[in-house]
Design a protein around this ligand. Structure first.
Ligand SMILES: [Zn+2]
Ligand SMILES: [Zn+2]
Ligand SMILES: [Zn+2]
Ligand SMILES: [Zn+2]
Length: 388
């Protein structure tokens, strides 16, 4: 859930030669720094928590200040004489794109690890002919990052080169400084309506989920040592969602379906994690580790199986789902998740062993496992469909 008072801001500052010009006295670069200083000061006064990072760009991209809530030291850094006298050099065609990608990398990690922050990029430049590639635009949209662009020069600008983003353009020093202050004080809701604010936040739905899924981490398999611990009754090692060794769903043991958070090593049953992911308010199918809040994902087939079961409860029992088991060639198995959902061991991409997939829930099964399952009760173990 998004809270109003937590914001991450990555400030991208143009450091190309033209920023030496003295038409915004003492020069464009120092005026931009004064604007940033005002922005940070106002932000930190207005918010419960704001984290700032500053990235400069010309031919080179430099993270001059890491993302931190210690705003005083960020201000100190940019007020430093040495910083103000920074060597401004010529730029390159891709510089803005590269700088944006650096910022997206930092924010992507933030999204992966912590929820509840509003993630923003502020670009300050004296040029309007900077390009943002389509790929980068898609990433910004997908991660739901808001981007604010401020440009300044003595000329009034006509063309908007940042299409489809809108820039706010200033022609005097005082207007620029006022604009920075205004931006810092804008409330989130107002931002959505503000003219210079991009339409990016308005896009929701599938695309966003795809990008979130891309940055979410897979649960990892236990190591041999961990497996032994999972199996020992005396040890107090349980699934951290249901707090027991045997999962309430399908009664799987931790030994069989226990997986761990790749970040902190918290153990949980695959199906417990899946149930949790389906209830997730942030993005359906993704969830956060109960211990360290890392964004995690669950194999789609497990989610399908859990979904099908809950549908079945509501419907009448007479409706029997018929499923086919389809042979899958090795080339299709290159997909990220290829666990057999009978034995819960990975399906190796070997051509001499046949693999099958349930037509209903898309679960994969080893040939041997499918045969055992068929002998048992002729049902797909993952979705309960009757095998025909
Ligand atoms: Zn569990
Ligand atoms: Zn964790
Ligand atoms: Zn198997
Ligand atoms: Zn199935």
């Amino acid at each position: 859930m998004m809270e109003e008072n937590l914001e991450n801001w990555i400030i991208l500052l143009d450091c190309t030669k033209s920023m030496n010009r003295e038409d915004f006295p003492p020069n464009r670069f120092q005026t931009a720094l004064s604007g940033i200083k005002i922005f940070i000061e106002e932000k930190s006064k207005a918010l419960k928590k704001v984290r700032i990072s500053i990235i400069t760009f010309n031919k080179k991209i430099s993270v001059v200040s890491e993302l931190t809530d210690d705003v005083d030291s960020t201000i100190e850094l940019i007020s430093n004489k040495k910083f103000k006298k920074m060597n401004l050099s010529s730029g390159s065609i891709n510089m803005l794109d590269n700088a944006l990608n650096e910022a997206l990398e930092i924010l992507g990690q933030q999204i992966q690890n912590i929820s509840g922050f509003y993630n923003c990029i502020l670009l300050i430049s004296d040029t309007e002919d900077l390009n943002i590639s389509e790929k980068t635009q898609k990433k910004i949209k997908g991660l739901q990052i808001s981007i604010n662009i401020i440009t300044f020069s003595l000329e009034k600008n006509n063309a908007n080169m940042y299409f489809p983003l809108k820039a706010q353009h200033f022609t005097t020093k005082q207007d620029l400084l006022n604009g920075m202050k205004e931006l810092a004080l804008l409330k989130k809701k107002e931002k959505n309506n503000a003219q210079h604010f991009s339409e990016i936040m308005l896009e929701h739905g599938k695309k966003t989920r795809d990008f979130m899924e891309e940055i979410a981490l897979k649960l990892r398999y236990p190591t041999l040592d961990e497996l032994i611990k999972f199996n020992k009754k005396s040890r107090k090692i349980n699934c951290q969602i249901c707090f027991s060794k045997i999962s309430p769903i399908k009664k799987y043991s931790l030994y069989k379906t226990g997986r761990l958070c790749p970040h902190c090593g918290t153990p949980m049953h695959l199906h417990c994690a899946g149930t949790w992911a389906l209830k997730s308010s942030e993005h359906k199918g993704l969830f956060r580790c109960p211990y360290c809040y890392t964004l995690l994902k669950i194999p789609g087939a497990i989610l399908n199986g859990l979904n099908k079961k809950s549908n079945k409860k509501e419907g009448s029992e007479s409706k029997k789902q018929l499923v086919k088991m389809i042979v899958i060639g090795p080339e299709k198995l290159k997909q990220k998740y290829s666990d057999c959902l009978y034995c819960f061991k990975p399906i190796k991409n070997v051509s001499f062993q046949k693999t099958f997939q349930c037509s209903n829930c898309k679960a994969y099964f080893h040939k041997k496992c499918l045969e055992e399952m068929y002998k048992l009760d002729k049902k797909c173990l993952n979705c309960n469909g009757n095998i025909v």
